[in-house]
Write a protein that binds this ligand. Sequence first.
Ligand code: ATP
Ligand code: MG
Length: 299
Amino acid sequence: RFHQIKDKEITKEQHLGRGTRTNIYAGWLKIHGSLEDDDNESNNNLCNKKGIRVVLKILDQSHKDIALAFFETASLMSQVSHCHLVFVHGVSVKGSENIMVEEFVEFGPLDVFLHREKGHVTPQWKFTVAKQLASALCYLETKRLVHGNVCGKNILVVRNGLEEGSSPFVKLSDPGISLSALSRGERVERIPWIAPECIADGARIGSAADQWSFGATLLEICNNGDLPISGSTLPEKERFYETQSRLAVPSSQELASFISMCLTYDPAGRPSFRTILRELTEIQIKNPDISSECESLPD
Ligand code: ATP
Ligand code: MG
């Protein structure tokens, strides 16, 4: 259900960071054909003689269930195709090492990007990114697929859109190991992005889970990569959901009520991505200067 990549086709380079039970490296995937024996240096930083630039997600040594969940994600990502979903080339199994080979995205994760560039991104920029994310999730919704790990860290910036007249382009990354295979602690750690109904053991996870996560991510985007509660302790996080607390929303009435709808504790009360996409467009048209509102979050 996914492409098997041979060990000798990949080259591992610098370590980029750690994920949920993974280590991520930059690397290259050899491609067959003309580029390999091309003498004149076609020096493109994403594609050259070494192959195509990729990230290698190496799964920690783990129990069979975790490896299976990891393969399932690779398989899910191989079955979908959307311009705002990251491309998964396949999986390489090298001895006991399981490696997901994924498209390398130049400007990295959105949360880090926003922290760094907060002075330069406009409200329009944020809206464009939100709509691209919603379009990817709308696509998954129509296929009745759930992502399960939507957050700023898992949105990758392909084009920064910071120059005059250009616009950003983002892709939603793979969700990694599915929620049901993670420990309760790992799920609690994901508060406030993870939907409340996903905390319990053996929870059934539906599309509405992504709708909550989208709301939290939109808030994170409005707030330049910061999200209240995300840095709290696990007991504080648990308490936050147990008491059905609400995250602070932007002062713009329309945007606030829209985000609040996504962040409804009852999964059935959240809007579908079709609705989300329509509402986002409407809010954007009605508030060409949504900016100031989007940036002034109450504390
Ligand atoms: P999780 O399942 O929790 O998302 P993960 O294995 O996907 O875990 P991340 O924490 O999402 O790992 O990613 C770790 C780091 O790797 C990111 O902060 C980013 O710097 C880098 N990274 C991940 N994917 C890509 C990509 N496609 N292109 C470039 N950099 C990436
Ligand atoms: Mg990730």
